[in-house]
Design a protein around this ligand. Structure first.
Ligand code: SAH
Length: 396
């Protein structure tokens, strides 16, 4: 009897058992103290470990080398010992796509086979790398494709910062250039809710910001949250990066429906956290993202209510035309409706750019990310061959 999907399932199982064991520990994602411990663990005396960690840091995050033999400031014996126990390998690029508008999307596979996407959005002479913080997302915002992905886990700091390193590899921007970088900014706006994975995201951002390494200034990093109010303050105090809030609705009733997280942290609590965000009192404004959904949240009354809601917060409103995905329950507002909304917000003194959708043709635009391998945890995979072998959700 032919069991649908069984062939693919068996192939997949064979592939899994044939993969070589991941025995080498990666040094990517380690901070200086961890690097020092890692060199001590392979016999480096404690007194020189800190210096070695500094050198390693420079090779890994400034030069971007992925081979210990290139670390010419370390002696040969140490390079060999490092290579015997550690790796600097990047996650595998399972697919790379380039949009007609130059946007690039990488699907990356991590050591356990889970996958996540990152997207580079180029401007003329610079650009932002949109990085993921989780595989999938638990938020289930109704307009977002990522929220329909079943399997979710946090990415660790290594997996988060590796996305940046892969992109830099692709653009050949090593050693970390001072000026004229294409990959000039980071936006934590990919798959996942970064504040549900705060520790790993924070560790990765500290690595990204370190001036002796990747050297992306905190002013060039923006973290976007659906509104995990209690962690917003901590994010401001510890990271000081730019804050973006996915607002999308101006009443609790509608926001509860569009974004279930609002039931836990309603608008008043969210806006209170924004008012206390450190950058709000400095020159940096908070970005409020507002997806334009036809007939749902795009009226003139909504625009006016939005202005009242954020009164007193130094802010910029990013209007995002809704990006459709297969089976999406919404449509994008008409261009003249978006323009009118923008005009009202702008007249109230807020910058209100309408975000040009980028990479729509490769499903790389906001809310379209979703890795193909919607895979179940191992136990479930073994007992339910169907879902594990299901064909990928269309990305192109
Ligand atoms: N969880 C975080 C990070 C994801 S950022 C957050 O919610 O902010 C992704 C941004 O794209 C968010 O503002 C999200 O609300 C928005 N978005 C999701 N689906 C979208 C869609 N289909 N069209 C346009 N924007 C969308």
């Amino acid at each position: 009897m032919e069991i649908p999907g069984l062939g693919t399932y068996i192939n997949r199982m064979n592939e899994l058992s044939a993969s070589p064991p991941d025995t080498l520990t990666s040094l990517i994602g380690m901070d200086r103290a961890e690097l020092a411990r890692a060199v001590e663990a392979i016999g480096e005396p404690e007194k020189s470990a800190i210096l070695r960690a500094k050198q390693l840091w420079h090779w890994i995050y400034h030069h971007g080398v992925d081979d210990f033999s290139h670390m010419t400031s370390l002696n040969g014996a140490l390079r060999d010992a490092l290579a015997a126990s550690y790796t600097l390998e990047r996650p595998k690029i399972t697919r790379e796509q380039k949009s007609q508008d130059g946007t690039r999307k990488w699907l990356l596979r991590f050591a356990d086979g889970q996958e996540a996407e990152s997207v580079f959005i180029p401007e003329e002479d610079r650009g932002a790398l949109c990085m993921s913080s989780q595989v999938g997302c638990t938020l289930t915002c109704r307009f977002c494709h990522t929220g329909t992905q079943r399997l979710v886990r946090n990415l660790d700091a290594r997996e988060i910062i590796s996305q940046f390193m892969v992109a830099r590899d692709a653009y050949g921007e090593w050693p970390s250039p001072r000026d004229g970088r294409m990959i000039s900014n980071i936006v934590m706006m990919g798959m996942g809710e970064p504040l549900f994975n705060y520790d790993n995201v924070a560790k990765a951002m500290h690595i990204a910001m370190d001036p002796e390494g990747l050297s992306i200034s905190r002013r060039r990093i923006t973290l976007s949250t659906a509104g995990v109010a209690p962690l917003i303050e901590r994010c401001g105090a510890e990271l000081g990066v730019g804050l973006a809030i996915s607002l999308h609705a101006v009443t609790d009733d509608l926001r509860d429906e569009l974004m279930p997280i609002n039931r836990k942290y309603p608008l008043a609590q969210l806006l209170d956290a924004c008012r206390r965000y450190p950058s709000a009192s400095n020159a940096r404004r908070i970005t409020f993202e507002y997806v334009m959904l036809k007939g749902i949240n795009d009226s003139r009354a909504d625009a006016k209510a939005l202005v009242r809601l954020i009164a007193g917060i130094p802010a910029k409103i990013n209007l995002i035309p809704f990006n459709a995905w297969p089976g999406a329950p919404y449509e994008c507002s008409e261009p003249d409706v978006i323009a009118e909304f923008a005009r009202i917000v702008n007249k109230a003194g807020y910058s209100s750019p309408v975000r040009t959708p980028r990479g729509r043709d490769i499903l790389a635009a906001c809310g379209q990310l979703r890795s193909e391998s919607v895979r179940l945890p191992r136990a479930a995979r073994l007992s339910k061959p169907g879902p594990a072998a299901a064909p990928p959700v269309a990305l192109t």
